[in-house]
Design a protein around this ligand. Structure first.
Ligand code: KIV
Ligand code: NA
Length: 276
């Protein structure tokens, strides 16, 4: 089937839940694509998930582009969104447009994601004006974790709930085609979802968003370093991986692998000539 477009995604609001996931390589991009995932985010969570950093701050544009290229080669149908890394869009609108453009021009993505609310709205608008579709991201924005005082639910008290509502409106005004709500009380996420004409995509934001997203290795039960409350694991790949590694180790040590099935043989004629 053909590529999901931004208008396709917009038209799902109120009709059909949008199902999104992160991916970082072509193997999983293909599987997600075949499974019918609508949107694949090449998340800067790659910093932690793939590169082993403590948080998302260190990952660079160049590193993100490697992942974006791999994912976009594997996604024939799903819309691919490149996550703009820390400091690739905050310094100026010009730099934001240039780096966002690289996700399309070099990364093969169809859109980018930018963290931040009202304070980023002008930058978002500039990128959108350049013809680059932007997904917003408010609530818990991990690139601002130090400023937020850690990884906490956002919008719990009146003042921060009102701030999130203003953020959502400012981003819709700026032209985002969808908005990620991360770690937001479910009632507030439902309210913002009703208020906006563009789809909301929740992660730790309850069941009433227009769509959901999870970090793929969390869904797979592969990332064990830490597990937020909002994660549901649908498999235990870490445990399966350990079992497979243990079995391989044992079979190699005991000379069971490779067996006849995995080995190549000489012809009888050559064996005779070599006196084997
Ligand atoms: O980087 C990421 O994986 C994300 C999602 C959690 C929304 O930003
Ligand atoms: Na991210």
């Amino acid at each position: 089937s053909s590529k999901i477009t931004i208008p396709d995604l917009l038209s799902k609001k109120g009709q059909e839940k949008i199902c999104a996931l992160t991916a970082y390589d072509v193997l999983w991009a293909r599987l997600l694509d075949e499974a019918g995932i609508d949107l694949i985010l090449v998340g800067d969570s790659a910093a932690m998930i793939v590169l082993g950093y403590e948080d998302t701050l260190p990952i660079t544009m160049e590193e993100m582009l490697v992942f974006a290229k791999a994912v976009s080669r594997g996604a024939k149908r799903a819309l691919v969104v490149g996550d703009m890394p820390f400091l690739s869009y905050q310094t100026s609108q010009e730099e934001a447009i240039r780096n966002a453009g690289r996700f399309l021009k070099e990364g093969g993505c169809q859109a980018v994601k930018i963290e931040g609310g009202e304070e980023m709205a002008e930058t978002v608008a500039a990128v959108v004006r350049a013809g680059i579709p932007v997904m917003g991201h408010i609530g818990l924005t991990p690139q601002r974790a130090h400023a937020l005082g850690g990884f906490k639910v956002q919008g719990k008290d009146l003042e921060s709930a009102q701030k999130l509502i203003r953020d959502a409106r400012a981003l819709e005004e700026a032209g985002v085609f969808s908005l990620v709500l991360e770690c937001v009380p479910k009632e507030l996420a439902a309210y913002i979802t009703r208020e906006l004409s563009v789809p909301t995509i929740g992660i730790g934001a309850g069941p009433d968003c227009d769509g959901q997203i999870l970090v793929l290795p969390d869904l797979l039960g592969l990332f064990e370093a830490f597990r937020p409350k909002f994660v549901k694991s649908y498999a235990n790949f870490a445990e399966e991986g350990r079992k497979a590694l243990k079995a391989y180790l044992q079979e190699v040590k005991e000379g069971i692998f490779p067996g006849p099935k995995e080995s190549f043989s000489l012809s009888e004629e050559v064996k005779k000539l070599l006196k084997l």
